[in-house]
Design a protein around this ligand. Structure first.
Ligand SMILES: [Ca+2]
Ligand SMILES: [Ca+2]
Length: 163
C-alpha cells in the first residue's frame, strides 16, 4: 500500500512544480523573471506599493528581449486591459529627464520610447507602456490610474513561494 501512495505524491509534486514554472500563482514566466499583469487601475505610487506588498516590484524592462516579450504578452492580453497604458517601474526626477528604475536605482540606459516621447506633456514623471503605440514607452502623469506589471526575478522567488 505504501508504494502507490508515494508514487501519487511524487506525481502531484512534479505536476505542481511544472505547471507554475517556479513562478508564484498569477505570474507568468519569461527567462529568469516572473510577471503579473495587475488588472485594476492605480496611480504609479500605489502600483509600486502593491507590487512590493506581494514580494515583487513594478517591472524593469532592461533588455530588447524583455521589451519584445512585454509587447507580445500585452498584445495577447489587450482585450483584458482597460486603461490606456500599463505602468513600469521607471520614473524621472522633476524635469531633468534622467530616468531610473524605481527602488533599484541607476539610470535607465536602454529605452524604447514611442514616437514623440518623452514629451513631458504636463507633469509626466512616470513610465508606462502605451497601448495605442504597440506598448512602446510613454512618460505619463504619475497620478493617473493605469493597470500595471509586477516583476519578480526568479532567484528571489523562494522568498515568496516558501520553497
Ligand atoms: Ca526585468
Ligand atoms: Ca508622454
Amino acid at each position: 500500500m505504501l508504494i502507490p501512495r508515494v508514487t501519487v505524491l511524487l506525481f502531484l509534486a512534479t505536476t505542481t512544480r511544472v505547471s507554475c514554472e517556479n513562478c508564484p500563482s498569477g505570474f507568468v514566466r519569461h527567462v529568469e523573471s516572473c510577471y503579473s499583469l495587475v488588472r485594476f487601475t492605480a496611480t504609479w505610487a500605489d502600483a509600486a506599493v502593491y507590487c512590493q506588498a506581494i514580494g515583487s516590484h513594478l517591472a524593469y524592462v532592461e533588455t530588447a528581449a524583455e521589451q519584445t516579450f512585454m509587447e507580445g504578452y500585452l498584445k495577447r492580453e489587450s482585450s483584458t486591459i482597460h486603461s490606456s497604458g500599463v505602468w513600469l517601474g521607471g520614473l524621472t526626477y522633476l524635469t531633468e529627464n534622467e530616468w531610473q528604475w524605481g527602488f533599484k536605482g541607476g539610470r535607465i540606459t536602454n529605452t524604447w520610447w514611442s514616437p514623440g516621447n518623452p514629451d513631458h506633456d504636463g507633469d509626466q514623471f512616470c513610465l508606462m507602456l502605451y497601448e495605442s503605440q504597440a506598448f512602446k514607452w510613454d512618460d505619463a502623469a504619475c497620478s493617473y490610474g493605469h493597470y500595471f506589471l509586477c516583476e519578480l526575478e526568479l532567484e528571489d522567488a523562494p522568498n515568496i513561494t516558501g520553497k
